[in-house]
Design a protein around this ligand. Structure first.
Ligand SMILES: NC(=O)c1ccc[n+]([C@@H]2O[C@H](COP(=O)([O-])OP(=O)(O)OC[C@H]3O[C@@H](n4cnc5c(N)ncnc54)[C@H](O)[C@@H]3O)[C@@H](O)[C@H]2O)c1
Length: 328
């Protein structure tokens, strides 16, 4: 019997992972406190499929629910995705709470995985862990062997993820059934477009759809627009997790993303090409833009097929339409 346990399973990545896993596992348990507020979207996506939802903070799982997990026979595949995830504005303004929350969430999650004797543990980390000195131009490539240590991530979000992997590797004594994937910036649906923690793409889409009717409409983008990110369609991130879980031995450190950046200006222009009407782009240089750019060093994104600009354009369009249908 194969059981999947996903922390953060109501989130953007988690809900898609669960959705792709129904035919591959004998049971699925989602642990999510729903702080992101995505429960309805996730449940809608999963339809009539069977899953157990533990709607609790992973740091405070009730004994009954731990007992239910302990009663499972067979192999437990534990994928840890729960964390406080946000755009750079929120991260820069909440550095202490991000560090406090995410390190405590990660430690609790890994202890739980150990307590329920998980056969494999996979931890979703981020490209924000890479040394900020390696991210100073649009064509900067980050490499696991060169740009991770000595560590100097730009924010506590990246530092917390590094502490998370330290916790994981020490708890499991560097075993080959545990690993980390550094995901570059995920794009897809369902996504939070309404809160102060919403990320770059849904927040630009939300701003675009909130503009008053007069023309020309002015879409304001944070920073110079020249900063860029290696964008990863969420379905490919899901594929990389499933591919990793199917391996007999898990490679300790992995990264997933394209070998090129898409600038924020390009993202805005792709979005505008989906709309009618006249728009002008405005760049707000008073707002933070974060690392200038980073994408994956050649050959390091081995868990999925090459990500193309067409994949990215398609998902940006999908996110635009998805938010448009839901925004009241
Ligand atoms: N979105 C990205 O661009 C991106 C990029 C790299 C890595 N990641 C990582 O992938 C993972 C999933 O990201 P996502 O985009 O799906 O984020 P998300 O915010 O959509 O999902 C995270 C989920 O975790 C839940 N959660 C938060 N704190 C919790 C707690 N204490 N207990 C239980 N549940 C809790 C939230 O309710 C949410 O549903 C995260 O660990 C994130 O750091 C995301």
């Amino acid at each position: 019997m194969k059981h999947l346990v996903v922390t953060g399973g109501l989130g953007m990545l988690g809900s898609n992972l669960v959705n792709a896993s129904f035919s591959r596992f004998d049971s699925i348990t989602v642990i999510d406190s729903n702080i992101r507020g995505m429960k309805d979207y996730a449940i809608n996506l999963w339809g009539e499929n069977k899953y157990d939802l533990i709607e609790e903070d992973v740091r405070e799982i009730s004994k009954d629910n731990v007992d239910k997990l302990l009663s499972k026979h067979g192999d437990i595949y534990f994928v840890h995705l729960a964390d406080v995830v946000a755009g750079i504005g929120y991260v820069f303004n909440n550095q202490f709470s991000i560090l406090e929350e995410n390190t405590s969430i990660d430690i609790a999650a890994f202890k739980l995985s150990k307590m329920i004797d998980a056969s494999k543990v996979l931890y979703a980390s981020t490209a924000c862990v890479f040394n900020q000195a390696s991210q100073r131009s649009l064509d900067a490539k980050v490499s696991i062997s060169k740009d991770l240590f000595p560590a100097n991530p730009e924010s506590t979000y990246g530092w917390a993820k590094l502490f998370g992997e330290l916790a994981l590797f020490n708890l499991y004594d560097e075993a080959d059934n545990v690993g980390v994937i550094y995901f570059h910036n995920l794009i897809g649906t369902p996504c939070d477009f309404w809160s102060e923690r919403s990320q770059m793409l849904p927040s630009i889409v939300n701003r675009l759809l909130s503009l008053p009717d007069d023309e020309p409409k002015v879409l304001t983008v944070w920073g110079s627009g020249k900063q860029g990110r290696a964008l990863v369609p969420v379905q490919l991130a899901v594929e990389s997790i499933l591919n990793t879980l199917s391996l007999e031995k898990i490679q300790k450190r992995n990264q997933v993303g394209p070998e090129f950046c898409t600038s924020i200006r390009e993202v805005a222009e792709i979005l505008l090409s989906k709309t009618d009407g006249k728009y002008v782009l405005d760049f707000d240089l008073t707002k933070p833009e974060g690392d200038i750019g980073r994408s994956v060093a050649a050959g390091e994104s081995r868990l999925v097929a090459k990500i193309t600009m067409d994949d990215i354009r398609q998902v940006i369009g999908d996110v635009y339409l998805w938010v448009k249908e839901r925004k009241v």
